[in-house]
Design a protein. Structure first.
Length: 314
């Protein structure tokens, strides 16, 4: 039982923020204990590296019980922070072999921000540095509370936010901690100055189109597990959305696809980097910003989620 003493001596471990991702919570614990993410994981009884991919899909019953003893968190509270929470709806492959995935197996899922996260800068500021689990899904492209599109790149260095290899614990909860110098890899980069741009100051595109908010809220309802009937319906509708999106990403023209969308969303689609000979939307899911990805979801939603192509019911 000696391994539990560090947490007991230092008092109550910070409670998870509603909807928080597990890695964010671990980093919150690290900040409260003033240790690195790796040290926080060890204190919580979780072995392995501090990389972003560790301990984010499933935890074993033994690990959940260990966390309960050390922190008082119920297993259901912890499971709500893991990707496995979405297994009944949008990530059904995680239910097929949770032991293998829990060990870090590669999940082939283009809609998953596996190695980084998007964010609403206003939410990060208001919560004191908490990052939500649904920001890790590309299905989540805007914040319906603050009416802004999520940000997934630092405006100063242009690199992804909350990157898995920069496992520095508390720092990346509130700032970009990507190395300011991009040359070199591994240990040679340990002493490199980090970017340091505050997440709260990152500009986010405002949402000016009611359709985008309607689609986001409807998709969010599909993502969130409930009863068996809801989950089955959600899986079916989400799969239909995926099939339509696969089709539009192969079309050679944008004709009619972006009708009635905001100019900022259309600009975001056009700014997505691709090769001249590829279909115009082919790179959007892979490399597009959340605003650009929103166009894909809205195109599909007009066919699947609404009764008419004119948009959501008023």
């Amino acid at each position: 039982m000696a391994e539990e003493e560090p947490v007991r001596r230092l008092g109550v471990v910070p409670a998870p923020f509603p909807g928080e991702a597990f890695v964010s919570w671990v980093d919150t614990v690290a900040a409260s204990l003033r240790v690195s993410r790796a040290a926080a994981l060890r204190t919580l009884g979780l072995p392995g590296s501090a990389s972003f991919s560790t301990h984010q899909f499933h935890l074993s019953p033994e690990q959940l019980e260990g966390l309960r003893r050390r922190t008082g968190l119920r297993p259901t509270q912890v499971e709500r922070m893991l990707f496995g929470f979405y297994a009944p709806t949008v990530l059904p492959q995680l239910a097929e072999d949770n032991g293998r995935v829990g060990q870090g197996a590669r999940v082939s899922q283009p809609w998953l921000r596996r190695d980084h996260s998007a964010a609403c800068p206003l939410c990060v500021e208001a919560s004191g540095g908490r990052w939500l689990l649904d920001w890790r899904l590309k299905w989540t492209f805007l914040c319906a509370d603050h009416l802004v599109y999520l940000v997934d790149r630092c405006p100063r260095c242009g690199l992804r936010l909350y990157w898995r290899l920069e496992a520095t614990g508390a720092g990346q909860r509130t700032h970009c901690v990507r190395p300011a110098a991009r040359n070199g890899r591994g240990a040679r980069r340990l002493g490199t100055t980090v970017c340091g741009f505050p997440v709260a100051e990152m500009p986010a595109l405002p949402v000016g189109d009611e359709e985008a908010v309607h689609v986001q809220r409807r998709v969010q309802a599909l993502l969130t597990p409930a009863d068996v009937s809801h989950n089955e319906t959600s899986r079916r509708l989400l799969q239909q959305l995926v099939l339509i999106i696969r089709d539009v990403t192969q079309r050679k023209t944008l004709a009619g696809l972006l009708d009635r969308m905001e100019s900022t969303v259309i600009d975001a689609v056009h700014e997505t980097q691709g090769q001249p000979w590829q279909p115009p939307l082919s790179w959007t899911l892979k490399t597009g910003t959340p605003a650009a990805v929103s166009a894909l979801v809205r195109i599909a939603a007009r066919s699947v989620l609404w009764d008419t192509p004119a948009g959501p019911p008023g």
